[in-house]
Structure formats: structure tokens, C-alpha cells
Design a protein around this ligand. Structure first.
Ligand SMILES: NC(=O)c1ccc[n+]([C@@H]2O[C@H](COP(=O)([O-])OP(=O)(O)OC[C@H]3O[C@@H](n4cnc5c(N)ncnc54)[C@H](OP(=O)(O)O)[C@@H]3O)[C@@H](O)[C@H]2O)c1
Length: 254
């Protein structure tokens, strides 16, 4: 049995709470939220507080607030020598006040309000300041996920950069594709099976092996024709040109 308190009631906090509530091995003792009385956010099965002084010692405190607020929130945290972790991919463990035993519990997934996720398939990246605390984080991660990884702060920073490339940047490229479709009266849905196949291929092939297209084939006339097409939109044209050069150099520095 692991007893935890969650600090913050945003996207990640609510997804974690939902996942832990399904598990009999985890008890959510308290939830700290500065604005929990706002709107319809209260879940009556949880013990909410917006008063730091109400917090009582427990096995683990999870700070799931915005990256920029982690240090500030950890300074407000009134207890000492507790195991306190944050959930960020990019913030170092040192941002948590050293009055407590520090750690990280980073679920490597993109969370959207109202969209359920299958936690069992989400990698949980854990790190602790003291090795004795690793067991608690491992136990908690393994209760909700089949994929636990011990990742230090430096590795986590690199992982977060990689995640921005494969998630946020790829999604932005979908947005550009969508804009081009709209401008030319084509339904974006026509690209869905291509998107699915591209994502599923890299389950068995490396990204370099899976790459196709004019840049990979070095079809110079096609590339020039695409650049001509993109002439009116400098941003899209620059992105196309840079990605083409990156593919042709196989990702090495240009
Ligand atoms: N979203 C993702 O896909 C994702 C994935 C993995 C990890 N993470 C990490 O998880 C953490 C939380 O992200 P999120 O997406 O859940 O953010 P979010 O939905 O924007 O929620 C942020 C939470 O932080 C609280 N907060 C912000 N500033 C605060 C302050 N000064 N004092 C007290 N509470 C404060 C907010 O309270 P109010 O509601 O009162 O404003 C809200 O509960 C971040 O470190 C993020 O990097 C996010």
C-alpha cells in the first residue's frame, strides 16, 4: 500500500488521480489545489485543501503543477524530510527544495483534458535523490504502468527534447498539412491512413530505414516543384527546405 498526496489539479494531476483511483494498492490521502473550489472541479471522493498548513506527512507527495511553478510550490510546501517528486520532463530534480527527499515521476505521454489514456502502456520515468526512495517510486509506477524506466535528470532533458520532435513538431507538421489541404479544398482525412502507416512502420523499422519521399530519393525536380508551390508561404517553404536538407544529410549537422 502506497499513500500519496497530489499537489495541483491540472491535466496530469487529474489523469494520475484517475489512474490511482482504479488501484487498491494506492491511497490518495489529500489533493492540494489553490483554486479547487472554482467551477465544477470538485471530485467529492477526494480530500481537497487549498491551505498548505493542512498537509500531513505521507509516503509520497507528487507536485503536478506547471514547470515554472515547481520551485515556488516546493518552497511553500510546509513539511520536511518527505519524499517529494515532480512530474516534469524538463525540470531538474534540484528545483525541488532540499528540505525534502527529492525525486521525479515523469509520465512520458501527451495528456489532454477529457481524453482517457491507457496508463499501462505509458512509460514512467523515475529518479530519486536517495537510492532508498527508488523502491517507493518503482512500486507506485508499476501499479499503474508496465513500463518503468530509471532516468536521470540529464537523460530526462534529452528525452524531453526528443519527445518534442516526435510529438509536438510532428503534430505541427500535421497542422501545416491540414492548412495546405484546406487551401486546396481537399479533406485532411484523406491523409489519415498515410499518417497511421508512417507511425506504425517505426514499430519494426528504424526511422532512417522507414524514410521515403523526394528528399530520401534525391528527386531534385520534385523538390524544386514543391518549393515553387510553397513560394507564397515563406515559413512553410523554410521548414520544407530545412527538413529536406536534414533528411538528405541523414540527420547529421548541416
Ligand atoms: N500535459 C502533458 O501532456 C504533460 C505530460 C507529462 C508531464 N507533464 C508535466 O506535468 C506538470 C503539470 O502539467 P499539466 O499539463 O497538468 O499542467 P496544467 O494542466 O496547466 O495544470 C497546472 C496545474 O498547476 C497549478 N499551478 C500553476 N501555478 C501554480 C502555483 N504558483 N501554485 C500552485 N499551483 C499552481 C495549476 O493550478 P490552477 O488550476 O489553480 O491554475 C494547475 O493545477 C508539468 O510539469 C508538465 O511539464 C505534462
Amino acid at each position: 500500500m502506497v499513500k500519496i498526496t497530489i499537489i495541483g489539479y491540472g491535466n496530469v494531476a487529474q489523469h494520475l488521480i484517475h489512474a490511482f483511483q482504479q488501484q487498491s494498492d494506492v491511497v490518495i490521502e489529500q489533493v492540494y489545489s489553490r483554486n479547487y473550489e472554482d467551477g465544477n472541479r470538485i471530485d467529492s471522493s477526494l480530500n481537497f485543501t487549498s491551505n498548505w498548513d493542512d498537509l500531513v506527512p505521507t509516503d509520497l507527495f507528487i507536485i503536478a503543477v506547471s514547470d515554472d511553478a515547481i520551485a515556488e510550490v516546493s518552497l511553500h510546501f510546509p513539511l520536511k524530510n518527505q519524499l517529494v517528486v515532480h512530474t516534469s520532463g524538463s525540470v531538474s530534480l534540484e528545483q525541488i527544495s532540499n528540505h525534502n527527499r527529492r525525486g521525479v515521476f515523469y509520465p512520458l505521454q501527451t495528456f489532454t483534458k477529457g481524453k482517457n489514456v491507457d496508463f499501462s502502456q505509458i512509460p514512467i520515468c523515475i529518479e530519486t535523490e536517495f537510492s532508498a526512495d527508488l523502491e517507493i517510486l518503482k512500486k507506485l509506477a508499476q501499479v499503474i504502468s508496465e513500463k518503468t524506466h530509471i532516468i536521470n535528470s540529464q537523460q530526462r532533458r534529452a528525452l524531453h527534447v526528443a519527445a518534442v520532435y516526435v510529438n509536438n513538431f510532428v503534430n505541427h507538421l500535421y497542422q501545416i498539412g491540414n492548412e495546405i489541404c484546406i487551401e486546396n479544398q481537399i479533406p485532411f482525412s484523406i491523409l489519415q491512413s498515410l499518417i497511421k502507416e508512417t507511425a506504425s512502420k517505426i514499430e519494426t523499422l528504424s526511422p532512417v530505414e522507414a524514410q521515403t519521399g523526394p528528399a530520401k530519393r534525391n528527386d531534385q525536380q520534385t523538390i524544386e516543384s514543391h518549393l515553387d508551390f510553397l513560394e507564397p508561404n515563406k515559413m512553410q517553404r523554410n521548414i520544407y527546405k530545412l527538413l529536406t536538407e536534414s533528411i538528405q544529410s541523414n540527420g547529421k549537422e548541416l
